[in-house]
Every structure is written in structure tokens, then in C-alpha cells.
Design a protein around this ligand. Sequence first.
Ligand SMILES: [Zn+2]
Length: 444
Amino acid sequence: MPHTPSHPSHGSLTIGDSYVPTSGNGGYTVSSYDLDLDYRVANNRLAATAVITATATHELTRFSVDFCGLVATRVTIDGVAPSKLVESARKLTITPAKTIPAGQEFVVTVRYGGSPRPVRSPWGELGWEELSEGVLVASQPSGAPSWFPCNDHPSDKASFRIRIAAESSYSVLANGRLVSKVRRASRTTWTFETVEPMATYLASIQIGVYRELVLSRVPVPQTVLAPASVMARAQKDFADQEKMLALFERSFGPYPFGEYSVVVADDDLEIPVEAHGFAVFGRNHIDGLGGSERLIAHELAHSWFGNSVTATTWKDIWLHEGFACYAEWLWSEESGGPTVHRLAHQHWARLSHLPQDLTIGDPGPEKMFDDRVYKRGALTLHALRVTLGDDAFFELLSSWATENRYGNVTTEGFYLHARDRSSVDLDALFESWLFSERLPVLPR
Ligand SMILES: [Zn+2]
């Protein structure tokens, strides 16, 4: 993990990812977050306690956590108040009463509260967002500190338990398995647990006046949460999701998590967003005519690429988006639409008329969500498929997803994984598709 501490015993205030220069923290890794949230939808008031279990990667006289827009009222380290605590715009900087030795596990407890609001970022407003009737959380890449203190970087995955109390008239969804739901008078407490390690940007809560519909129970429960007025259309639009999941299991290996839900917010959203174990769509994405089928496939595919197999740094985002885009094309062919081959050539032709001024393997923070990263990332996979042949290519995808399940990966790692399975030299292919600006010719 790259970090450059200002003092050998200080955890650095950033993790060293130039795409998110203020996010993440050095000096420790987190193994679990236990979040206890008491929330009032009516006036957007949050009172919460976060218990963070971490391990020092070197001796720590001081360390920081990402935290934004809320107020910490009490902090302890292993039950003891710190000797110094500084809350700045994006960080809580904590000087523990006693130096934490390298390798030691420690528990940070933060009691905090306020009116959560989105974090401003170069990619717009991220994190906790009030809806007209509820809450939506979409944090990619740096919005998680809008609702809990954390080491906000995808390279530091942890298990989560999220407990949230809200008015009983609302449905609540968080990541993982619902382990309990207790109604007391006007308030209901929901507790969710993830067993698999999760990146902070994928931690999410959805609150709304939703009905619930079970789409399928195999291989994992698949549910839709949607406003009553949208449910009939949603049921039609998500009808094929079970078949998509079966196709992706054949292509990428077993579905990595214990459940998959889709939420349709009662507001319009610019784009759907993925979370760990679910995805969120806007009501504008639901037409009852399958108009968003491509997006439904895309979000589901992120379960394998992004949510389970996660880029170590944001420059490698094509390992999420290129793969999810390729999954859209696989579904198109499977469902009787245009074939992968045809879509690849169509998108290649489109890209050939667009500026060729970014590298897919390091597009720069302002272009990390550029559609060209998505499409050319998918075309990189298609070039690999044509070069390797179908059998080797699909073995490559499923072994990549399986061997790196719940882990962190890099483009370099993917190159080595592919090279080990190829009898031909792949250097020129990776170099031209990922690290030169000019669009290469698609191999035939
Ligand atoms: Zn995506």
C-alpha cells in the first residue's frame, strides 16, 4: 500500500491514490465496520456510532479516518479517549493516548451525528442523498465519508454490519443479508451483515416507500424494491434478470454474493449505480418495455467485476467498467439481439470518430467515468477473445473472477493472468489497447 508518512510513526493522511488525492489513510487496514445508525427521514437527522476494527501496519502515534459533513461527539481507541482529536473538512485526525505498535489490532469507536449530505467531488455530489421520499446512497468513488467514518479506498476492504433504525413506514435496504428486523411502535430497526469483504464506496443504504417482489430464489434470492406505482413495469423489465445471472455464472463463475436486489428509487436518476449485493435504478429507467435491459445486465455484471474483484487503485477502473460493458454485449447476443461481434464492430466504428486522447489503463481522474473507457475496455476484451479463441478467453474470465474473488486486482495482474494462458505474445495487444491513445484495429 503506497503511503508516505510525514513522520515514521504517523499514519499518512492519504493512501496515495492520485485519482482521489484526499481519500484513504495510511498506517492501518480495517477488518470490520460495525455501524449503528438512528435516522429520521422526516428531518434528515442521523445519530450514529461506528466501531472500526483495524490493524496497525506500522507503529502509530497518530492516524486519520475519512469523515465529511458530520460531527464526531465522542471518539475512543480501545475504550480510551485520544490525547488529541482534530476534525477537519474531510478527516478526523486522532492521536491515541498510547502509541499503537505495528501489527496490533485496535478498535476505534466514533459517536457522531448531524444532517448527512452529499460530498462535493470532481464527479458531482456523492454519498448520502435525500430523495423526495427517502434516502439514496451512491458513493463511487469518494462519497462514503458522508455517512460513516472510514478508510475510504477500494484497496482496504472490510466486513460490515449495518444496523439502522428509521420510521416504520419506510423500507430499508443495506448491503448483505438482512439478519433482523424489529418493529417497535413507530420505528423499525433493520440489521444487515456482509460476510464478504466490501469496499467502502459500495457500502450503501436505500430508504423509501417500497414494495418488495421476489423475482427468483435460485441460485440466490433476487428481489425488486420499488414504489407501488412502478412495480408492474419493474416486474416486466427485470423478468429476464434471472437468465442474465445464469449466463454470467456460465461465463464468469458462480455469483459471488448471497443475494441480489434491485431498487427502483421514486426519483429520476442520471445513471443506475451498483452497490455490494444490489443495484439502484431511477424510475426513469423503468418503462415496462425492457428499455434499460442493457443497464440491468451492466449493473448485475458489476457483482463479479467491481464488487467482488475490485481494482486496487482507481486508474484501473476499466477492470470494472470494460468488463461490465462486455457483459452487456454477451447478454445482447444471448437474448437474441445483436451479437457481440456486431456490437464490437459498431462501437469500434463509433470510437474511431471520437477524439483518441485518453489511455484506458490510466485515463486520469476527470475521465475515469468517460464512456470511451467503458467501450474501449470492452473492446480490449473482445480483441483478447479473438486472439485467444473462445475456450481460452472464457476460461480466462472465469478463472480471473474466481481466483481474485473478494480481492483487489491491477491491470498488471490481469496481463500476467492472460499471459499465463496464452501461447501468443500479448504485449502488443495490451500496450496498444490500454496504454496508447490511438484506437487499434480490431483483430479478426
Ligand atoms: Zn458500471
